[in-house]
Ligand binder design. Sequence first.
Ligand code: UDP
Ligand code: MG
Length: 317
Amino acid sequence: MRDNTLIIVLPCFNEEEVLPITIARMSDLLEKMIARNKVSDDSRLLFVDDGSKDKTWGIIEAAQNNKPFVCGQKLARNAGHHNALMAGMKTAVNAGADMVITIDADLQDDINVIPEMVDQYTEGVDIVYGVRRERNTDTWFKKSTAQMFYRMIKLMGVTLVYNHADFRLMSSSVVKELLLYHERNLFLRGIVPCISDNSAFVYYNRIERQAGESKYPLRKMIHLASDGVTSFTIKPIKALIGLGAVFIIISLCILVYVLYNYFRGHVVGGWSSLMLSMWFIGGCIMVGLGIVGEYIGKIYMEVKDRPRYNVEKTLLK
Ligand code: UDP
Ligand code: MG
């Protein structure tokens, strides 16, 4: 059987309202799983305080004193959801976790599927994605913008798991591979599926936030979406070359139109040359930008210094 020390990482940013409920429910769940031998008795909960300004850290500290399996990590300032997750996952594998589960501290994701995730891990799966069955509790706006985002990002050629956010289980080997991605613009939802295909899904209904309010205002959501595209693909730059080519072709059509008008004598002096050069030069500039962009794109990919491959297993003697 696989080793089964579980560390559950919960990023918290100004979550004083929901945290007491979360600590109670998660502790309950972990105690039950330990009692049933589903996970080893040194399994823990790791709350990562992402530079909160409220009583979040105080609550974590108090819980840590009361319960043996509650741990905390405080980031010096707000580093953002994905960075808080990375910090927690790193600490978890260094602390000896065999599997790590990440889940939001607001309990919008159904914690009752966690045992099912652990079962999948025990059977040999390395990544278990928590997938929302429907989005009934989201506002119409959040639902439609999310759908638009998935469509756009698929068009750009990025692999994402549909309706999966950051509720997932990863084996320690996957987390270690993940830590090899040193990029600053961290888009976890895109990177994790690149690491291993040995994955499974558990489905759940997403519920309302238990308390407090969303820490993801529209501004942060747009930022996340644009990060998702720009940190994964240079297709937008490549598109410039195509667009430039289209402009040059249009300039040929315009040539016919201009000549037609010129010979019929319908034109003001200088119109023909202006019309033609505008489209033609515009097209050339765009193609030129696209070519420069191709090189910048290459530099961008090199600078990211992503691992070229991810190892799943090695049998050496
Ligand atoms: N979060 C964080 N740092 C941030 C913003 C959010 O650690 O800068 C945490 C937050 O405490 C929560 C999780 O990320 O546990 C998801 O945030 P939220 O529930 O507000 O997002 P939503 O569910 O509304 O998309
Ligand atoms: Mg939430």
